[in-house]
Design a protein around this ligand. Structure first.
Ligand SMILES: Nc1ncnc2c1ncn2[C@@H]1O[C@H](COP(=O)(O)OP(=O)(O)OP(=O)(O)O)[C@@H](O)[C@H]1O
Ligand SMILES: [Mg+2]
Length: 231
């Protein structure tokens, strides 16, 4: 365990994309630390690099420069080797598998880690909490976008990850369901995990313990509030 409770520490992350002759500098030397108990709101204009940062932190994208130090409890020293059960992503585009039912999408991480049976009850619990339990047998294209998004959040939380990286998880939610999702992230943080939530939702900024602001590929810490109380 790291001395400062940091689950992920990043220094000097650089990532660019090439589009023909054009180069887009998505991350221009990002430093950050995500600590146990934190619910971090990652804010910033469209195109400022929020999704790129989350995708780098979970190992979906490789950086050109910079270092990522992962706490040993995350089960890997390189982001591309991180197990689903330790660092979970809610992708902005959700990434549900269309050929699987809502229940099987939620159970996907358990299937990948080899133990579906013990996770059926936790999956049912999360699905009830997120109001998608009655949709278990439907396919993603047979439910609403908000319901698909709550399915992606349930999938991310199933294995009780140490770090949740959620990319605009309330983009398709009404105020009530936004509250439910945020409460689930806060509960996880109160148990010693950490959540990094890219969001345009001001309610999340107000309730987060920490706010990171991105602008044009650079990140600054705005403010830090006390960690949420345990329930
Ligand atoms: N695969 C890609 N190829 C080329 N450019 C990309 C790619 N992915 C992202 N970009 C560019 O990198 C920059 C950062 O994009 P990113 O998706 O990280 O922004 P964002 O802050 O998540 O925006 P939004 O709030 O709209 O989701 C943008 O200029 C975007 O056009
Ligand atoms: Mg984005």
């Amino acid at each position: 365990m790291s001395r400062h409770g940091a689950l992920i520490t990043a220094t000097g992350l650089v990532k660019s994309f090439r589009r023909g002759a054009e180069t887009v500098h998505a991350l221009r030397g990002v430093d950050l630390s995500i600590n146990r108990g934190q619910v971090v709101a990652l804010i910033g204009p469209s195109g400022s690099g929020k999704s790129t940062l989350l995708n780098v932190l979970c190992g979906w994208e490789q950086v050109e420069a910079g270092e990522l130090i992962l706490d040993e409890t995350l089960g890997a020293s390189e982001p591309e080797d991180l197990p689903w059960g330790r660092v979970a992503l809610v992708p902005q585009a959700l990434g549900l598998l269309e050929e699987l039912t809502i229940l099987d999408n939620v159970l996907m991480p358990a299937r990948l880690s080899g133990g579906v049976q013990p996770m059926i009850e936790p999956a049912a619990g999360l699905m009830a909490e997120f109001g998608i339990d009655h949709l278990a047998a439907r396919y993603p294209d047979q439910v609403s976008l908000g319901e698909q998004q709550r399915t992606a959040v349930a999938r991310a939380l199933l294995l009780k990850p140490m770090v949740v990286l959620a990319d605009e998880p309330s983009a398709h939610q009404d105020a009530g369901w936004s509250d439910v999702l945020f409460a689930a992230f806060t509960r996880l943080a109160a148990q010693g995990c950490a959540c990094l939530i890219a969001t345009h939702n001001p309610v999340v900024w107000e309730r987060a313990t920490t706010v990171f602001a991105m602008r044009d590929g650079e990140l600054s810490t705005h403010n830090t509030r006390p960690a949420p109380a345990a329930h």
